[in-house]
Ligand binder design. Structure first.
Ligand code: MV4
Length: 445
């Protein structure tokens, strides 16, 4: 087992990894930017190294600085968390070249899933259902026009280097396609330095349901059931839950098998997530694979009773997984607590937390790095914590969540707590009646 892990991240996920390391008797190294010197991950780690100025490119994305911190402290592994360098194949390779274990998949696996056209071709070969469309990249506007005639409108144009919504354009008719193609290409070039665009049939009002998987270094892969992440706003998830209220045992079996096929087709090693679009007829289509631990991993941990960070570390250290699948025994819901004003278009609200009371009690978990007096810096994402409620049924989990939200006091900044309180009372949400379009029509009272 590793003796010392450096956590190349900040905020709640850095703290989350430190907590599991402590339980496993593994020493921890925090890295931090000058803006984060008073962060809890710095205080709770055994050692802490400052790696640069506040801007991410100077600190949490600065590979030479992070490698220097790992060498100085003699860390034998690096946990990348999510975001930042978590899906950077070059970073994973550099770790390996320095004899430091990257806790995650190999660079080849990251690359195989990072390019969406390649990933889709791999899935077709593996027999995983994908959204109907044209294989490969669109060569020209003419190619796009001809392709749309076979696929049928509406179609969606996506960047092969994209993911998470950037560079995407929905096209409803031939009149719109030339402009959509040009802007999608320009946006992809600007965002990813790769202007490759591909085309799919546009699935209207889908649900976003993802399957958690884990694979070991010996070819064994299992799934840990699903998370429903349909409650999103501009591609930012706000609420996730497991199981999905839309799921049936038959669909779980089919999607679970498809997710295992997807991961096994690249001999996947580590924990990962297969994202699917699910239409109203319960047809499901591979969308992308995330080769990292995700923000919303906690709901899976709670319903299958399994520490996913511990599993990541054990897999990286060469342990075998049992190979059996995991099914939800409970219902868990996670609300993302962001420093944003839900009454003002979710505008970021950094600043000092003057008063803090964190909820507790039966069925409540809070993963957060903030405390009273903490100043939220403006440089990074606005998530300041996650509130997770667990109960035997979905109705009870919603009631526990409502109760916990009503206890949560954060003063000095605006947060998403009022939004979540209202969502928990929404009739359609309570009925499990929602798609990825749900928040487009949700208005705060
Ligand atoms: C789609 C789609 C409909 N049809 N693909 C959004 C992010 C990126 N991962 C893919 N996305 C979508 N791809 C086809 N063929 C609708 C979306 C989409 C979406 C997906 C999941 C959750 C929220 C979403 C919000 C808008 C669009």
């Amino acid at each position: 087992m590793f003796k010392k892990i450096l956590i190349a991240n900040r905020g709640e996920i850095a703290l989350r990894v430190i907590r599991t390391c402590k339980e496993m008797g593994i020493k921890t190294v925090a890295v931090y930017s000058t803006a984060d010197r008073n962060s809890l991950h710095v205080k709770f780690a055994d050692e802490a190294i400052c790696i640069g100025k506040p801007s991410s490119t100077d600190s949490y994305l600065n590979i030479p600085h992070i490698m220097a911190a790992a060498e100085i402290t003699n860390a034998d592994a690096i946990h990348p968390g999510y975001g930042f360098l978590a899906e950077n194949a070059k970073f994973a390779q550099i770790c390996t070249d320095h004899g430091i274990k990257f806790i995650g998949p190999t660079p080849d696996m990251i690359n195989a899933m990072g390019d969406k056209v390649t990933a889709k071709e791999t899935m077709i070969k593996a027999g995983v259902p994908v959204v109907p469309g044209v294989e490969g990249l669109l060569e020209s506007v003419e190619h796009a026009i001809e392709s749309a005639k076979t696929v049928g409108y509406p179609v969606i144009l996506k960047a092969t280097a994209g993911g998470g919504g950037k560079g995407m354009r929905v096209v409803w008719s031939e009149e719109e396609i030339e402009k959509a193609f040009d802007t999608a290409k320009a946006e992809a070039a600007a965002s990813f330095k790769n202007d490759g665009i591909y085309m799919e049939k546009f699935v209207e009002e889908p649900r976003h349901i993802e399957i958690q998987v884990a694979g070991d270094q010996y070819g064994s892969v299992c799934h840990l059931s699903e998370r429903d992440c349909s409650i999103q706003r501009r591609h930012q998830k706000l609420v996730e839950e497991s199981p999905s209220p839309f799921m049936t045992p038959e669909l779980r079996e089919k999607m679970g098998e498809a997710a295992i096929k997807a991961a096994a087709s690249i001999n996947y090693e580590g924990v990962g997530t297969i994202e699917f679009l699910v239409d109203k007829h319960r047809n499901f289509y591979f969308m992308e694979m995330n080769t990292r631990i995700q923000v919303e991993h906690c709901v899976t941990e709670e319903v299958v009773n399994y520490d996913l960070i511990k599993e990541q570390i054990k897999i990286a250290a060469g342990h075998k997984i049992s190979g059996k699948n995991y099914y939800p025994q409970m219902h868990a819901i996670e609300c993302r607590i962001n420093a944003e004003d839900p009454y003002n278009d979710f505008r970021p609200s950094p600043g000092k937390i003057t008063v803090l009371h964190t909820p507790g009690g039966h069925g409540v978990r809070v993963d957060s790095h903030v405390y009273a007096g903490y100043v939220i810096p403006p440089y990074y994402d606005s998530m300041i914590g996650k509130l997770i409620a667990v109960a035997q049924t979905r109705e009870e989990a919603i009631d526990t969540m409502s109760r916990a939200l009503s206890e949560y006091v954060i003063e000095g900044i605006k947060t998403t707590i009022p939004f979540h309180l209202q969502l928990m009372q929404n009739e359609d949400f309570r009925k499990g009646n929602f798609t990825t379009k749900f928040l487009e029509s949700f208005v705060m009272k």
